[in-house]
Structures are given as C-alpha cells and as structure tokens.
Design a protein around this ligand. Structure first.
Ligand code: AMP
Ligand code: ZN
Length: 474
C-alpha cells in the first residue's frame, strides 16, 4: 500500500513518492532546537513526530537521510550569553549537551548529521547564498547595513502559508528598526553587527554581522542534502515566516523546487494554550522524569495522538501512558513464557498466524501516520491473543510468531525494554537523599544536595516530595 502524507503546501493528502524512487532514499530535513535554554517537551513532540515518520518510512523499506540543524546563533542565544557573561559557544554548549541527552532518553533516532549554524563551513555557505540572491536582485542591502530578502521579487512568496502578500503590507507606521526595508515582510538574510552583539560577528562582503535564522536552515539543508529535499518538517509555528522564507531563499538561489512534502505537527498544549517558553507553562523532560515517569512513558504520551491534532499535556495522560505500557509489557512477557513452552498444546484450526508485515499496524501508519489507528490494531491484537492464551489455544510457535510481529511494531514505536531514566549515579544520589531525609539526617541530606548540584542537578523539596531538575531548567 502506498504511503500518503498531508502536504502543508497543497493542503492535501498526497501519495508519497521520493525524488529518486528507484533508490528508495528519502532526504529529510527537520528544524532543530535553538540552544538558548533547555528544550521543553512541546519541542520534543515535534521531534518525536519526525522520529515516528522516519521509523515508519524505514519499516517500509526506505533509507532515510536526515539532517537536523542546531541554531546556535540568533538574538536569543546572543542575549543569553551576554546576560550570563560567558562566550556564546560556552553558553550554548550546555544546552546542546542536554538536548542530546534528552533525545537519547526519548529514544529518538539520531539524525545523520546535526549541523551547527556557527560552523565556518555553514557560515560560508550562507554568505555564498546571500551573494547569489544579491546578484539576482532578490536581496538588497538597506541603510542599516543589513541585507534583506526582497519578497516582491519572489512571486511564490506566501504559497506555503497560503498568505496573500498584500495582507503583509504595512498600512501604518513600521518599527524604526525596520524602517529601511522596502516591504514590511522583507526579512533579514544578514544582520549588520551592532554593539549588543558584542564579539559575535563574522566578516562578509556586506560588512561584519551574522546570518538571519532563515538562511541558516536553507544553507545547512542544501549543503548536506542537495538542492532538493523529499521531506521538510517542523511544528506549525515554523510555517510562517520560517519555512516560507526557506523556500524563497533556496529556490531563489537554485531555481529548483526545494521541497516535495512539507509536514507540520500541531502543538503540545497546556490548558488550551501552546506550551511555550515565553508563556512559562512548560516542562522539560527532566521535570517530568523527576515526577517519576520514564523516558519511554513520555515518548508514548507524546506520540499517541495524531501529529496534526493538538495534544493537551496532563498528568492523567501520563498515567494512561504508564497503564498502556504496562499492558504491553505484561503481554510481551506472557508471549515469551508461551514461546518457551514445549509444543504440547495443539493449535486449533482457526489459529491466527501473524503475517510478515504486521498487517493493520503499518497499514494504519501509511495513512498519514494514523497512530491512533495503529495503536488500535495493537491493542486489539493484545486483547485477542491474550484471550487465546487464557484458553490455552496458542502453541509456542504461534507465540514466537507474535513476538516477531511485536518486534516489527516496536521498531516503529520503540517503547519496550528497560529505561535509562535518570542517569544511574543521579538516581542513586537522589534516592540516598530521600532516605537521609526520612531518617531526619539533615546534614547528610544537605551534603547529597551539594553533590547533586555539583553534577548539574538541583534537588528541591516540595509538598509532593523531592523534585529533581537539571540546573538552569524550569
Ligand atoms: P524552537 O527551539 O523554538 O525553534 O523550536 C523547535 C521545534 O519545536 C520547532 O519545530 C517548533 O515548531 C517546535 N515546537 C515549539 N513549541 C512546540 C509545542 N508546544 N508543541 C509542538 N512543537 C513545538
Ligand atoms: Zn529551520
């Protein structure tokens, strides 16, 4: 069966066909984190949806070449490093590390590369692209010395977001820092250096400065994957202006269609509002883990709702995920026990044999990653096979076949087995501190708090008990 995906560009479900169908290779670019603070679980909803997509494509025989960028220079990172009084690279390093730790905890497959915007090779590519846009009249340097993209010269601008250019047009005053622009919607390709940037600057034909966020992605995507991509993903908030700008810049340089399928996931919400740093309504992964949940429980909780439907984050939802995973775990253990048994039971004539492709499960995912349908198939299978085990209808070879079926399903879900959870040494210190407090050994409790702090974890005592947060987090 063909895979169908909802393309934001056409606003329609389309059959997925990669640029090079013979090689079955998929070039996929996913916008990564801006490393000015710790990622929250809303960000990870986006990365988990991309992980599900990659794993499903692989289960259907595609080879996925994925790139995820790291935005390690922009207004927020510069401001953060200045406020912290440390160099930009040092400031962002801590958040890069935390990001990779979190990816591992959530079992998100590593991309083939994680290019960083400040890499000299990437900066060179950005400058080269801006130069091409200047030559073609698609960019101009304004009086403020910054270089802007001229959206009026790119008739396709607005097609992805389905926006009318006139809607963007300024009707009244524009902010003074945008006064030099020809059109309110023109966006910065190169931002001229100013004092607030401190030592953060690169040389360019247009003077010292730094790249705009949008050109970073165009450059890193084409540098590593070529001029044309099969799939480009992100959260819905990336559609405009970020992805719209990526199209304009890249196609403005190459003259070729940049992306075949644009996929965007809906937001993770809290009380009907987007989970966001700016709203202060967010949890980091360590926040949730400190409440006693495991990485795979969070993974399941964030993945179980269709990627285009908003998902409300609640602690009840976390409990439901825990129950679901326990149910799956019990079922797998039961199958394993049955598989070990001698073949004494005789299968009844209507014995169900799982088929090679985990039918139903993968078929549901073919339909624009219909995860609810796929999980429905899984739980129906669990119910039915449990019933057969209850009445002794399943022999060991059938149990083995179901375990094989589950293995294929879990290559996509990646939710079985043990959890790494908190790093073992941190978990041990945290547990020792809980014991010390129970024994009212306050000195020991304080020592353990210091030891945790030395390893980058903050222990706080709340009415719900000890809460662990990675320092600098929520
Ligand atoms: P940022 O670090 O803000 O550039 O965001 C990284 C990724 O997370 C982007 O793809 C965003 O669209 C996505 N994102 C941010 N907030 C949420 C949210 N509440 N739910 C889902 N995705 C989000
Ligand atoms: Zn991007």
């Amino acid at each position: 069966m063909a895979i169908r995906l909802f393309n934001t560009y056409s606003r329609a479900l389309e059959e997925f066909r990669p640029l090079d169908p013979a090689r079955r290779e998929v070039k996929m670019y996913t916008c990564g984190p801006t490393v000015y603070s710790y990622a929250h679980i809303g960000n990870f909803r986006a990365y988990l949806f991309e992980d599900l997509l990659q794993r499903h494509l692989e289960s259907r025989g595609f080879t996925v070449r994925r790139v995820m960028n790291i935005t390690d220079v922009d207004d927020k990172t510069i401001r953060g490093s200045r406020d912290a009084g440390v160099p930009l690279a040092e400031f962002t390093a801590q958040f890069k590390k935390a990001f990779f730790d979190d990816l591992e905890t959530l079992r998100i497959k590593r991309a083939d590369s994680f290019p960083e915007a400040t890499d000299p090779r990437e900066i060179a590519k950005m400058i080269e692209m801006i130069g091409t846009l200047m030559e073609r009249g698609l960019a101009y340097q304004a009086e403020d010395k910054s270089v802007y993209f001229r959206i009026n010269k790119f008739p396709e601008y607005g097609k992805l977001a389905h926006l009318n250019l006139d809607e963007l047009r300024s009707t009244g005053r524009v902010k003074s820092d945008e006064y030099d622009k020809e059109h309110i919607g023109d966006f910065a390709l190169w931002k001229a250096w100013d004092e607030a940037d401190g030592p953060v600057k690169w040389q360019s034909p247009w003077g010292d400065g730094r790249p705009g966020w949008h050109i970073e992605c165009s450059a890193m995507a084409t540098q590593l994957l070529g001029d044309q991509l099969d799939i480009h993903c992100g959260g819905v908030d990336n559609i405009f202006p970020h992805h719209e700008a990526e199209i304009a810049q890249t196609e403005g340089c190459t003259g070729k269609k940049f992306v075949r399928y644009w996929l965007h996931c809906a937001h993770l919400m809290v009380d009907c509002q987007k989970m966001a740093k700016s709203l202060g309504n967010f949890y980091t992964l360590p926040d949730v883990i400190a409440k006693g949940y495991t990485g795979r429980e969070v993974r399941y909780a964030l993945m179980r709702v269709h990627y285009r439907a908003p998902l409300n984050f609640t602690w009840e939802g976390m409990e439901e995920s825990r129950v679901a995973l326990a149910r799956i775990g019990d079922w797998v253990r039961r199958l394993e026990e049955n598989a070990k048994k001698e073949n004494v039971q005789r299968p009844t004539p209507n014995a169900q044999r799982p088929m090679e492709e985990a039918p139903g499960f993968h078929d549901a995912l073919d339909d624009d990653l219909n995860i609810s349908g796929a999980l429905g198939v899984l739980f129906e299978t669990i119910r039915e096979t449990n019933r057969r085990m209850d009445v002794g209808e399943m022999d060991s070879s059938e149990a083995k076949a179901w375990l094989e079926w589950w293995k294929r399903v879990d290559q996509v879900l990646a939710i079985s087995g043990e959890d790494a959870g908190l790093p073992a040494e941190i978990a041990a210190l945290a547990e020792a501190r809980v014991q010390a407090r129970l024994a009212k050994d306050w000195r020991k409790s304080d020592e353990l708090r210091d030891e945790l702090a030395a390893r980058g974890w903050e222990a706080r005592d709340t009415k719900d008990g000890q809460k662990l947060t990675r320092r600098g987090g929520a």
